[in-house]
Design a binder for this molecule. Sequence first.
Ligand code: FAD
Ligand code: NAD
Length: 469
Amino acid sequence: MADAFDVIVVGAGPGGYVAAIRAAQLGMTVACVDKRDAPGGTCLNIGCIPSKALLQSSERFAAAQHELAAHGVRVADVTLDLKTMLARKDKVVSDNTHGVEFLFRKNKVEYVKGTARLGARDRVAVALNAGGRRELAAKKAIILATGSDSASLPGIAIDERRIVSSTGALALSAVPKHLVVVGGGYIGLEMGSVWRRLGAEVTVVEFLDRITPGMDAELSAALQRSLERQGFKFRLATKVAEAKSGKDGVTLALEPAKGGARENLDADIVLVAVGRVPHTAELGLKEIGVALDEKGRIKVDGRFATNVAGLYAIGDAITGPMLAHKASEEGVVLAEMLAGSKPVLDYDAIPAVIYTWPEVATVGRTEEQLKAAGVTYKTGKFPFSANPRARANGFTEGFVKILADARSDRVLGVHIIGPDAGTLIAEAALAMEFAASAEDIARTVHAHPTLEEAVKEAALAVDGHPIHI
Ligand code: FAD
Ligand code: NAD
């Protein structure tokens, strides 16, 4: 006999667990199935949270070594206790996953630990982690929120020892002498920053002729310069043809991306960070006829419905940016749709942040996208070097750039590289959500002295009259 619920969610990542809680808040009975014993998905277990814990710890280590003296704070003999740093990261993860378990209990969501397979459009068979099977039936909907996995490269076998994915890079037992990162995107630059700050030499091998493709090009160039000052080395327009693991390390064969002579590069650890692919393998989608797109993502319409009635999908497993907050918002919107509301998710106002130093944060369209679309726009820029709080804090790198429609003044994109960019971008996302003009931001009173004043000044600069530059 199957246990019946209004909604069954497969996957307890930021998409699935948030969808489950919101559906329960709206009065539905909900089961959430995940093959991990701890909920939270990629993000809480092996993604956003452990990487930010290590970024924070490594930033403290680097500050103690290089920055405190300028503040008149003398510290001697700064040494690394990697074991404690990694244990702290694990504790941060378990505190967060326990938090989700608490929220499940509070909202009466039943968490089922096991691997789910669709038996029919309204049936899920779960191979329980504890052994045995359980049949679940959905009265209203099944939500597939099964997320994504690290992409691999042909000829480079990830063993999570010498050649690691982000998961291995979060748990190296010693600081590598030379870490080669394949892929100059989010993971490569964040995890590269962690190990660089802890003392590794870091070389990033990127296939394209720039890092962070898709970001506003001016930000990518500024980030590359900043990381180079921190000691990163970049091999752009380069591909890895082959990787040979030996006893003491890995030898990579590099080639120009367009083809040409090979050269070798030795590393003791290689991090493969060339993107992520949707994770749908165990679901049995083919058997019940769920359509996938050309990248293996579950095809959905504007209401997250697949081509099979009653089956929905959200998060990394469908199209769009592979970001936790995007997955969560889709979960909320879908749960509310299932309850009969008509919420709207504005995909043009989803912020993205790279948590390097300086941080890079962006929302809306880039200059390249506006040019390609033939939109006439005005640009307002303001450097943190002219912001009093940035000077007081001692971090003056970077700038805020606001792009606004030349005729209507509506904000079309905001791109920030600098201290706390990931926090500052929230104001820009809110402004875009409200269809604000640059003048709306410029006329909003910002507290002094704050980094946020740089956003206001960039908005003033759109109209050509910033005060402090
Ligand atoms: P996931 O979080 O991947 O969760 C899917 C869950 O489904 C998994 O727990 C999996 O076990 C389960 N599952 C899959 N198939 C089955 C099955 N058949 N049966 C049962 N369970 C199943 N995003 C950000 O926004 N900010 C960040 O700072 C950030 N940092 C990241 C750092 C790293 C190192 C990585 C790898 C990713 C990071 N991301 C970040 C991306 C973020 O983790 C993902 O976008 C987000 O987790 C996607 O959420 P999701 O719910 O769609 O899927
Ligand atoms: P990514 O898409 O950010 O970057 C991958 C990089 O690898 C790109 O620059 C790409 O050009 C390059 N590349 C692809 N094939 C290559 C090859 N053969 N050789 C060399 N370079 C190659 O992917 P990622 O860094 O693996 O991260 C995956 C996703 O996880 C991100 O896209 C993002 O959505 C999410 N994520 C987000 C955060 C955050 O929000 N701070 C942090 C980590 C991960």
